[in-house]
Structures are given as C-alpha cells and as structure tokens.
Design a protein around this ligand. Structure first.
Ligand code: GLP
Length: 241
C-alpha cells in the first residue's frame, strides 16, 4: 500500500484525478469505481476540467458506484445517484447506459443480485474510495467479518450521525443501504483512497500503523489490494503520528 502525502485538498484532488486520468488514457473503455461523500468532490471537479480541456474522453468508460441509501430514488436530492448526476455525470460525456447505480427505491434483494451480476462481469480498473470516520469504505461498516458480495447493510449509529449533515435532520438519514462488498473492492486493479480532515485521523492512523486486515477497520482491506494508494493531506498525516 502506497501512501502519498499532499499539501492540501486541492493537491489531493489533483493527485487522485491524475491517477484516474492515467487509467482512462491507457484504457479508454475502463471501468471506474466511484464513491460519494465530500472527499472525492474535488477529484470529480478535476476530471470534469480535464474533459472540458479535451484531455479526457469518457464516451467508452463505464462506471459503477459503491453504494446507495435504501429507499432513496435517483431523483431524491440526498441519494448518491443524484449526487453523482449533479457533481460528475452532468459534466462529462459518460453515456447513461454505461453508468451502473443501485436503485435505492427498488427491491433491495433484486438490487443486490443486479449489483453482484454486474461485478461478476465487470472487473473494476480503478476504484476511488473515501473513508468514514470509523474506517468504513462504501458502506462496509466495522464488524466481526468482511462481506464479499454486494449486500444490504444497517448503518452504524456513528455513520448516521456523520452523514446527518447532508440532511435536514438526523431522523431523515436512511437506516440502511446497499453497498459493494469487499470482493468488488479487493479485485479492482487499482484502488485509491482519499482522506482529509481531523475526523479521519484515528482510522487512518490505524491503517498506516500495521498491515493487519481487520474487519473492525474495513479500510484495512487495502493491505491485500494489488495496487492500493492512500492520499492524505499534510494536516491529517500529522495527526496520525
Ligand atoms: C459515506 C459513503 C462513503 C464515504 C463516507 C465519507 O458514508 N458511503 O463512501 O467515504 O461517506 O464521506 P466524506 O468524504 O463526506 O467524509
């Protein structure tokens, strides 16, 4: 697992976008694994800017998103599908038929199957990850085991509290979600995790301290990924020492 220390959020976003751009340029029909949350927003801005400048072409790229809240349809303004539409898909030339999103409003069991069928047929070339304060990736919460397949998950209390900032009130945050499991993440050819902000320090500290693969720290799966890079800003890195 490589660790890249950067000056600030701007440099973090440029670094992540440069790595992703490299994959798209060398494989125009690559499969991008995408994440939501505030951490990758700058990366998406950078990628959209590279598209505007004519450096990147997404017309053959496929995408798959990590997760979605159960009960929220793509047109719900707190759904991850809506987030992706607003902050990325509307700014690049990815084709609608090449975008894989879980439909949070549809039957969860059917969506899990659809997600697992997709992952069976489509190996991710590069997966971008943020990280929850408790070390979760996607919505793989700390537990006594890892789940390999895409699955429905009950969100940890801590996650509901952390994500409440995007909703009007905490009780509006859905209690469950459908997430890619560790199979999709661990079999990606490349994984990059972007982390910024003091709240992430305890999880990043544990991740950097040992190479234990511990389901209580879901991001520790990166230790067994073939090509994993963690990008952290200087302020966060200082807090992990
Ligand atoms: C959600 C998402 C994660 C994301 C996390 C952190 O829980 N499911 O994929 O990494 O939020 O979000 P942020 O980057 O806003 O801190």
């Amino acid at each position: 697992m490589k660790v890249i220390k950067v000056k600030n959020y701007e440099e973090l976003s440029r670094t992540a976008a440069t790595i992703i751009a490299g994959v798209i340029l060398s494989k125009p029909d690559c499969i991008l694994g995408l994440a939501t949350g505030s951490s990758p927003v700058g990366t998406y801005d950078q990628l959209a800017a590279m598209y505007e400048e004519g450096i990147l072409d997404f017309s053959h790229v496929k995408s798959v998103n990590l997760d979605e809240y159960e009960g929220l349809a793509r047109d719900h303004d707190q759904s991850f599908g809506y987030f992706m539409d607003q902050l990325f898909f509307s700014k690049v030339n990815l084709k609608e038929e090449n975008i894989f999103l879980v439909d949070g409003a549809a039957d969860a069991a059917k969506q899990e199957k659809r997600f697992n069928d997709f992952l069976k047929d489509n190996k991710i070339d590069i997966q971008i990850l943020g990280i929850g304060n408790n070390g979760h990736i996607g919505f793989n919460e700390p537990d006594s085991y890892f789940t390999a397949s895409a699955h429905k998950v009950e969100l940890a209390e801590e996650t509901i509290k952390a994500n409440a900032r995007f909703f009007e009130k905490e009780s509006d945050v859905p209690r469950s979600a459908i997430t890619m499991g560790m199979y999709g993440i661990a079999t990606a050819a490349k994984v990059i995790l972007v982390a910024t902000g003091a709240a992430k320090a305890p999880a990043i500290k544990k991740l950097l301290e040992s190479d234990h693969v511990d389901p209580q720290l879901p991001c520790s799966i990166l230790h067994i990924c073939e090509d994993a890079t963690v990008i952290v800003d200087k302020d966060l890195y200082e807090l992990t020492k």
